[in-house]
Design a protein around this ligand. Structure first.
Ligand SMILES: Cc1ncc(COP(=O)(O)O)c(C=O)c1O
Length: 387
């Protein structure tokens, strides 16, 4: 099990991003963490090794990443996985048949699919709650509730959960408080400061930032919980290869440089869109018209680059999607390049249509992941698309 280097926690965010978890290579002094492409480690004798036995359990490149992101989140232990879904699946193995879990009703479609189509069959029960109202989360807790899982802001509706209020509810319910921090990244939101027990990410997104791998990572700050997570990681084995771990590690070195630009572009594009098509059609926590703008200002230090847009009709949405040139029509988010997507038929196609309609994932909804290009070019692209 890999613990964060305590001295890394003394540094500020940008310094942690670049250095945390990484020390010059013992053999050569290489400043960049080597990519340890090995499945096993030669042992000096029976029971005598350098702390590494078999790479499913531990790999030095992966360890550097785990320490790095743990430091960025202000946690103590990181556990890297081969995808965000692999990470969620492994976290859920903390629980057993009969356990009840409260989660936000508006969440990434793949997470809902995992819970509703797979984990339900193993005896876990889920309550999907409109967590914009913390009282509803409290009301949903039962004696069998073992965890509260929140994603904030949510994909794609940009709904927020009051992290501190739900943290108190989780404490009272004696339930693990698990937060998907993918959309905000640790640069803009620090769930541990609001009582989270586990913070996790699809590292495919902002942590990597360059759309060149798939990964997930969970962070904890309690040693006993860390032991359980390491046991699951090693037993279930949904670990990333060393190269993918290294790609995320390279990405996090610039997280503190990329996020302000995503945020600046997001704010400018949201403001421009609100002028163009009306505030009521632009869903962005940074707009004062967002119903949870005050909460966003309280618990996030920036709003990021994710914007959802109501185009009016599915045909209008299709027209916008077909007319962009700088934004690319693609799933995923959080990379340096701007993407545009249609959640109802792409990222949230696995959510049944009735449920999508109930939640508000309408057919005319389009989602933008604003990259870090020159904002004038992005706005010109949207001007053409909406023209
Ligand atoms: C908020 C959120 N959590 C989890 C995931 C799943 O991550 P991955 O695609 O890396 O498996 C995604 C993917 O889009 C996501 O948006």
């Amino acid at each position: 099990m890999t613990r964060v280097f305590d001295e890394d926690l003394q540094a500020q965010f940008g310094t942690r991003a670049i250095h945390a978890g990484q020390r010059p290579d013992m053999l050569s002094g290489a400043i960049m963490t080597p990519i340890y492409t090995t499945s096993t480690y030669v042992q000096e004798g029976l029971g005598k090794n350098k702390g590494y036995e078999y790479a499913r359990g531990k790999n030095p490149t992966r360890e550097a990443l785990e320490r790095n992101v743990a430091a960025l989140e202000g946690g103590t232990h990181g556990f890297a996985f081969s995808s965000g879904m692999g990470c969620t699946d492994s976290i859920m193995k903390l629980f057993k048949s009969g356990d009840h879990i409260v989660c936000g009703e508006s969440m990434y479609g793949g997470t809902f699919r995992l819970f509703d189509k797979i984990l339900k069959n193993f005896g876990l029960t889920f309550s999907y709650i409109d967590s914009r109202d913390p009282q509803r989360v409290a009301d949903a807790c039962r004696p069998t509730t073992v965890a509260i899982i929140m994603e904030t802001p949510t994909n794609p509706l940009m709904r927020l959960t009051d992290l501190a209020a739900v943290g108190q509810i989780a404490k009272r319910a004696n339930a693990l408080y698990i937060v998907d921090n993918t959309f905000a990244s640790p640069y803009f939101q620090r769930p541990f400061e609001h009582g989270a027990d586990i913070v996790y990410h699809s590292s495919t997104k902002y942590l990597n930032g360059h759309s060149d791998m798939i990964g997930g990572i969970a962070i904890v700050r309690d040693d006993a919980l860390a032991e359980r997570m390491q046991f699951i990681l090693n037993s279930s084995g949904a670990v990333p290869g060393a190269f993918d771990a290294w790609l995320v590690l390279r990405g996090t070195k610039t997280l503190h440089l990329r996020m302000p630009r995503h945020d600046e572009n997001g704010r400018k594009i949201a403001a421009w869109l609100a002028e163009k098509i009306g505030h009521e059609n632009v869903i962005y926590p940074g707009l004062s018209s967002h119903p949870q703008h005050e909460l966003a200002k309280r618990q996030m230090t920036g709003f990021g680059g994710m914007i959802s847009i109501l185009c009016g009709t599915k045909d209008k949405a299709a027209r916008v999607l077909s007319r962009v040139r700088v934004f690319s029509l693609a799933e995923s988010l959080g990379g340096v390049e701007s993407l545009i997507s249609h959640p109802a038929s792409m990222t949230h196609a696995s959510v049944p249509v009735d449920r999508r309609n109930e939640l508000g994932i309408r057919d005319d909804l389009v989602r933008l992941s604003c990259g870090v290009e020159d904002v004038g070019d992005l706005i010109a692209d949207l001007e053409h698309a909406f023209g």
